[in-house]
Design a protein around this ligand. Structure first.
Ligand SMILES: C[S@@+](CC[C@H](N)C(=O)[O-])C[C@H]1O[C@@H](n2cnc3c(N)ncnc32)[C@H](O)[C@@H]1O
Length: 346
């Protein structure tokens, strides 16, 4: 039961104004008309009005967080892990729902849409990122069946088709970090370019970059990269190329790059020779992504980079090493920035 003032219909407008002016309305409940009367929920009794105890429906307020929206449905522990396990890419929310919560997936999806009004599609991850295109399968569980979405970051807009191409919002900081290092006049080799997030952010942040060659094998990702380059009017800076870096680099930009980006952690080691071939003879910088055990994430990759660089007559200086994300229990995704220089002759 709620405290309310009971007002004849014809006086309702005047009463509403007065209650609002005095901030006496109780907004947690709805105003209701019954017969010839209107009931206004109020915070306290007011002189000059008939005050009654009535049953009024609560106003539906948008929950502020997923925790709040689901607190009656999931345990605290379930909530904690769920909240960490979803990303929003444009209008699409992608969520990992553990097996034991699958029967509640619909309620979870609806809660996400309530808390995030921009989300119009909720998709659940259906397996790990796999295959040569590094794609993660998803299934739409609520909202529009439309996985093609426009995502924005660092003043760039890009089209992503969730479930058909690789994309991660979690690497936004990395894209900015690398873009901020690029100097005027540089030629950049963006290997494994996907829909183009690295080249797009670089070209936007460093408009004096000379050229960015962006190579991608997945035809769908390549198609979206072309669209994204046009969408951001960066055709004069970014050259999207469809193909395998192993064929494309020798054919199109052998020994031309000041900087090589290698965001293929699963097998970047196998392409270090291609990166060396892309670099100018005077050397340059390689941004190398890999997976490593938490207790010693860098040593193996450092050894491999030194070995391949050595074969090309280069010395290596490691400029920066950092953890990018957790990948699996005790396995990290890391990045190594390596400066590669012609071997000094002492
Ligand atoms: C981990 S994803 C990164 C995509 C993009 N750089 C990003 O951050 O969103 C790696 C990409 O490399 C592409 N790829 C895999 N092997 C390739 C190859 N040999 N040549 C060119 N692209 C390749 C995959 O199709 C995939 O899009």
């Amino acid at each position: 039961m709620v405290l309310a003032v009971k007002v004849p219909k014809k006086e309702a407008e005047r009463a509403k104004k007065e209650l609002e002016k005095k901030s006496l309305l109780n907004t947690e409940y709805k105003v209701v008309k019954r017969g010839n009367f209107v009931f206004f929920p109020v915070k306290e009794a007011i002189e000059g009005y008939e005050v009654v105890d009535v049953d009024l429906p609560p106003t539906r307020r948008k929950p502020r967080s997923l925790e709040e929206a689901l607190k009656r449905v999931l345990s605290e522990e379930e909530l904690r892990s769920l909240v960490k396990s979803f990303d929003i890419i444009g209008h699409v929310a992608v969520i990992e729902i553990p097996e034991e919560l699958r029967e509640k997936e619909r309620i979870i999806a609806e809660a996400i849409m309530k808390v995030h009004p921009n989300v119009r599609t909720v998709a659940v991850e259906e397996g790990p990122t796999s295959g040569p295109y590094r794609v993660q399968p998803v299934r739409v569980i609520a909202g529009e069946k439309n996985l093609l979405t426009l995502y924005k970051e660092h003043s760039v807009e890009m089209w992503v088709e969730v479930g058909s191409v690789y994309f991660s919002v979690r690497h936004s900081f990395e894209r900015k970090r690398i873009a901020e290092q690029v100097k005027p006049g540089e030629v950049v080799a963006a290997l494994f370019a996907g829909v183009g997030p690295y080249p797009l952010v670089i070209a936007k942040k460093q408009p004096l970059v000379k050229k960015i060659y962006a190579v991608e094998l997945n035809p769908k990702a390549y198609e979206l990269m072309v669209k994204n380059v046009e969408h951001n009017r960066l055709e004069r800076k970014i050259i999207p190329v469809w193909g395998d870096v192993r064929d494309v680099v020798p054919r199109m930009f052998s020994r031309m790059a000041d900087r090589v980006i290698m965001p293929l952690p699963k097998s970047a080691e196998d392409f270090l020779d291609v990166a060396m071939e892309a670099l100018k003879p005077e050397g340059g910088i390689i941004h190398f992504y890999t997976f490593g055990p938490a207790e010693d994430p860098y040593s193996r990759a450092e050894k491999k980079i030194k070995e391949i660089a050595g074969k090309w007559g280069y010395d290596v200086e490691f400029l920066l090493e950092r953890k990018v994300a957790d990948y699996a229990p005790r396995v990290w995704k890391v990045v190594i920035d390596a400066k590669v220089l012609p071997r000094s002759r002492e």
